[in-house]
Ligand binder design. Structure first.
Ligand code: ADP
Length: 404
């Protein structure tokens, strides 16, 4: 042991100066008071230059799109308001050379006797290697599921031909077996598709072609397309828009039409259809009887759509995990009803692409409501976007916009 190592301060310095992790201490003005060589290696700022400088200048955090996080949103500032430890396993530091370094970051508050946050300690570790390995795994899943979809599509096609009276002759027993094989193949095809989409969603390669979408007419049309699935199960379907009432309830005569506000958002309509269809299919799949409602409402800033059912509901313990990959509630219904647990994960990733939020409110025995909030486009923004994109098909003339 080097001479003097029994001294606590010296031990502390040896550790701080030799660990690979970045360690910094910031004061209540968010200025750096201690900055170790590990931090210097990750951020690219020499120790003497970083000391006394604002933490958010030296440790410049960016989001996954590479946009610098505002000072007021940075954990070095937030910690002084919340007094809660902040952990972010997916943080990214933009170092002094402009290179993005993925880090796992935690910021812990230090309190005085009056329980005020007077300083904070941040520890961060370079996780480039872990991220590269994750990417390799995601690439493998993505390539494998892509390759496997082709033969599955061929099998499905041939089974469909075998089941087609016009091209094949089969006896009744064989039809029954082939029917089962056909639906399992369709299920397998969907599973590969979901695996592919979720792998792409994870590494930010989900394709998206955002357009101006008027959510009212979009959802009205989509609920018209989707209702047949529900009606096969004798479920009532309705589409409710704004506070102005129900439009086009199935099984109602004529479907009363009412004036409603126009809710414009910016999103890829195909991706949006994927999300609503998934929520709707789940509602139908898990609801034995009753009603499925697709609803739309909003205010000046936010558009909210929801899919509500009168099904079994979701236990409170499962709710926080529902949007994670492969998560399925373990009950008799999910054991008999097929599914991969990928649908809600993919839905969340898609909604987050458009700066939206998706969540569920549910009561066991009463039903579930899945909500989506997305930023509402102002009429001015719609006009600007339409000018840029030319006349976007499906978008109503701007002068017909109600509000905001
Ligand atoms: P999957 O339906 O393929 O299992 P999802 O990711 O779409 O996967 O859903 C995850 C889980 O959430 C389901 O397995 C089910 O347990 C639960 N769930 C989703 N929607 C509903 C619903 N409307 N009612 C009750 N449970 C639901």
């Amino acid at each position: 042991m080097p001479k003097g190592l029994s001294d606590t301060k010296l031990k502390f310095e040896v550790i701080i100066n030799n660990i690979e992790d970045g360690v910094i201490l910031i004061d209540d003005q968010q200025a750096i008071r201690l900055y170790n060589p590990g931090a210097s290696k990750i951020c690219g700022w020499p120790i003497d230059e970083a000391t006394d400088v604002a933490a958010s200048t030296v440790i410049k955090l960016v989001d996954e799109k590479g946009v610098v996080i505002k000072d007021s949103d940075s954990p070095f500032s937030v910690i002084f308001n919340t007094g809660q430890t902040i952990r972010d396993g997916k943080a990214i530091i933009l170092n002094r050379d402009g290179k993005q370094v993925p880090v796992s970051l935690s910021v812990t508050p230090l309190f005085n006797d009056a329980n005020e946050v007077t300083a904070a300690v941040a520890v961060f570790r370079n996780v480039s290697q872990e991220r590269a390995e994750e990417k390799q795994r995601a690439d493998f899943i993505s390539t494998a599921s892509h390759e496997m979809r082709t033969p599955v599509a061929a099998i499905e096609g041939y089974l469909a031909l075998a089941l087609n009276d016009k091209v094949s002759t089969i006896d009744t027993r064989a039809r029954d077996y082939l029917d089962k094989a056909h639906s399992s193949t369709q299920h397998l095809g969907q599973l590969f598709q979901d695996l592919l989409t979720s792998a792409r969603a994870e590494d930010g390669r989900l394709t998206s072609h955002p357009k101006v979408v008027e959510l009212g007419s979009f959802l009205e049309q989509l609920s018209g397309d989707l209702r047949f699935v529900a009606e096969k199960k004798n479920l009532f379907v309705e589409f409710v828009s704004g506070s102005s009432g129900t439009i086009n309830a199935s099984k109602s005569t004529g479907g009363e039409r009412v004036v409603r506000p126009l809710y414009y958002i910016l999103a890829d309509p195909d991706r949006l259809r994927e999300v609503i269809t998934n929520l709707f299919d789940n509602a139908v799949k898990y609801t034995p009887e009753g009603k499925v409602t697709i609803g739309l409402t909003g205010d000046d800033k936010v558009v909210q759509c929801y899919v509500q059912d009168t099904g079994p509901g979701i236990p409170a313990d499962d709710v926080p995990h529902l949007f994670q990959k492969f998560y399925r509630v373990d009950n008799s219904a999910t054991r008999t009803i097929g599914g991969s647990g990928l649908g809600l994960f993919i839905s969340r990733k898609i909604i987050e692409l458009y700066n939206g939020r998706i969540w569920v409110e549910s009561q066991v025995g009463k039903g579930s409501s899945f909500y989506i909030n997305m930023p509402r486009l102002s009429s001015q923004k719609v006009t600007e976007l339409n000018k840029v994109a030319g006349n976007t098909p499906g978008v109503e003339p701007v002068n017909s916009l109600a509000s905001p």
